[in-house]
Ligand binder design. Structure first.
Ligand code: COA
Length: 506
């Protein structure tokens, strides 16, 4: 046996279970509910899914796949395009599966990421026939050590009937010790989660499993697919500056110190760029308590700005992968990866008092946010953890550029075409135009601030016109709307490829 494998396969009784990816893939049957490790392209099983892709070229079968969050191309592109996926949850980000969802070929259950574990416990997700989990090691006492994400693997491992382990020897051994696996007891018998700050370790270094469930071990050397973050641009830099000034004003008001509160920053280029903005700021000793650690967090650790980072996954670019994984010891005492049930837990988020920064696709003049559906119908990615954080954070911030698609689309509309975050969960909005601090404001106060401070100049007059007519038409009602017109901007976009009024037919 390869000495690298021998070293990482501590539970020697499993040596005879080492098989090829093809053999492991044969264990999966048509109709199975299959759980997989992986969270935003990190720590996902890779070689068994690719063997399933090959199998699907000669055999028709469909399975349901549940994960932590989005996966790399093996599942969310190739398996989806091969027609193997019947139902998928709880988050995707790959255009391959997005197209299949939007053409009706794949059923998609878009859910808050903290909710999945409970759905598994209650049997709503399941029965899970197989869990395919990537591991950095299996210890002598039978702990599965995850790799670059934890996601839902602990609860999947507990409830899956069978487990296939992808033992990935390309991940650094120094991952051992980075995880903090805490699994709450069933509801009704549960103690408070014993975490009073993000740095406190509350669990084990790996996932406890019944070794009898491990039916196959496949050796892999496939790296994680790197993240596809677009670097910051002038507008995201402006948004970062606006946000930093806002934090300064909160310090002046005595609500924050220059350590701020633990920061959560969402997926995507905008959220990453905004976090990057901290690098040249006076803020220090920052703690990140997020679900995904993107490039910006490691840059901030290097810059001495972030003293500790907790999440459920590490999703970084190719360049950063080399730097971080080649030198993980340097980060080891500043990092912890937890199950998404814990990183996204309302109890923890509220206790720690997080500042959460997530991205909107569009938002409306009253502060409702759509993060998931283009024009209310086509799925983009999913709600991910944004709802877990926004509702429970001390400060729920949404960022977005004020326009999209070269200026044809206003990100601020009269009424959002789909609601992910209601006005009640949205404290602050930032675009490259400015900021609207909505805390303590009534709907009409919010509308004035959002239109005046955040809308793109090309759409400002049009928004004021809608709002003023809505006030008049409703007799100055609590939340003025002209219902026949509220979604006319999206109708205009569908007909004329722009939300600009000169071509409005509505
Ligand atoms: N209507 C239509 N398309 C829009 C749009 C709108 N109002 N606003 C943005 N878009 C398009 C952009 O043009 C871009 O399209 P492209 O990929 O064809 O260029 C795409 O949406 C992404 O927008 P971008 O501005 O590059 O933002 P992003 O990379 O930061 O992603 C979200 C934004 C909302 C898609 C992403 O943050 C997301 O999926 N969020 C939901 C999940 C989440 O927040 N999780 C957080 C917990 S960690």
């Amino acid at each position: 046996m390869d000495p690298r494998v021998e070293k990482r396969l501590g539970l020697k009784q499993l040596v005879n279970n080492v098989v090829s990816a093809e053999e492991a893939a044969k264990l999966i049957s048509d109709g199975d509910v299959v759980a997989m490790s992986g969270f935003t392209r990190a720590g996902d099983a890779k070689v068994v899914p690719m063997a399933l892709v090959e199998r699907a070229k000669n055999e028709k079968f469909k399975i349901d796949i549940y994960t932590g969050a989005s996966l790399g191309p093996e599942v969310d592109k190739y398996l989806a395009e091969e027609g193997v996926i019947r139902k998928r949850g709880p988050f995707i980000a790959d255009p391959g599966i997005r197209n299949k969802i939007n053409s009706g070929d794949v059923l998609y259950v878009d859910a808050h990421l903290s909710h999945n574990a409970e759905l598994v416990r209650q049997g709503i997700i399941g029965p899970i026939k197989y869990l395919i989990v990537e591991a950095a090691a299996i210890t002598e006492d039978g702990l599965i050590i995850p790799t670059t994400s934890v996601g839902n693997s602990p609860v999947f491992a507990e409830y899956a009937e069978n487990i296939i382990v992808e033992l990935n020897i390309s991940h650094p051994e120094s991952l051992i010790g980075i995880h903090d696996i805490y699994v709450p007891a069933p509801q009704g018998q549960r103690e408070p989660i014993p975490m009073t700050d993000a740095k406190t370790r509350i669990g084990e270094i790996g996932i406890k499993v019944d070794p009898a469930k491990i039916k196959a071990i496949v050796i892999s050397e496939e790296p994680d697919a790197p993240s596809l973050i677009v670097p910051p641009d002038e507008e995201t830099q402006t948004m970062a500056n606006i946000l930093l000034d806002f934090f300064r004003s909160e310090i002046k008001a005595g609500r924050l110190t220059n350590k701020l509160m633990p920061l959560q920053s969402g997926v995507g280029s905008v959220a990453n760029a905004v976090l990057d903005g901290f690098a040249d700021s006076e803020f220090e000793d920052l703690v990140v308590a997020s679900e995904v650690l993107q490039d910006a967090v490691f840059n901030l650790i290097d810059a001495g700005k972030v003293s500790f980072a907790a999440a459920t996954s590490i999703t970084i670019s190719e360049e950063l992968q080399k730097k971080v994984y080649g030198n993980l010891e340097k980060y080891a005492d500043k990092l912890v990866l937890r199950p998404q049930e814990i990183s996204n837990h309302p109890e923890v988020i509220r206790r720690l008092g997080l500042i959460s920064i997530n991205t909107a696709l569009e938002l409306d003049i009253y502060g409702n946010v759509n993060s998931t559906h283009v024009s209310g119908t086509k799925m983009m990615n999913g709600i991910g953890g944004s709802g877990d954080f926004a509702r429970n954070a001390r400060l729920g911030i949404f960022v977005t550029k004020s326009y999209a698609k070269g200026g044809a689309i206003s990100s601020i509309v009269p009424m959002v075409s789909h609601v992910d975050h209601t006005e009640h969960d949205v404290d602050v909005i930032v675009t490259e135009q400015g900021i609207a601090d909505l805390r303590g404001l009534a709907p009409k106060e919010r509308a004035a601030l959002i239109i005046e401070n955040c809308a793109h100049p090309d759409f400002k007059e049009q928004l004021w016109d809608y709002y003023n007519r809505a006030v008049e038409a409703t007799g100055n009602a609590q939340t003025p709307h002209i219902l026949e017109e509220a979604l006319s901007w999206h109708v205009n976009l569908a007909k004329n490829k722009t939300m600009k009024k000169e071509t409005t037919n509505a």
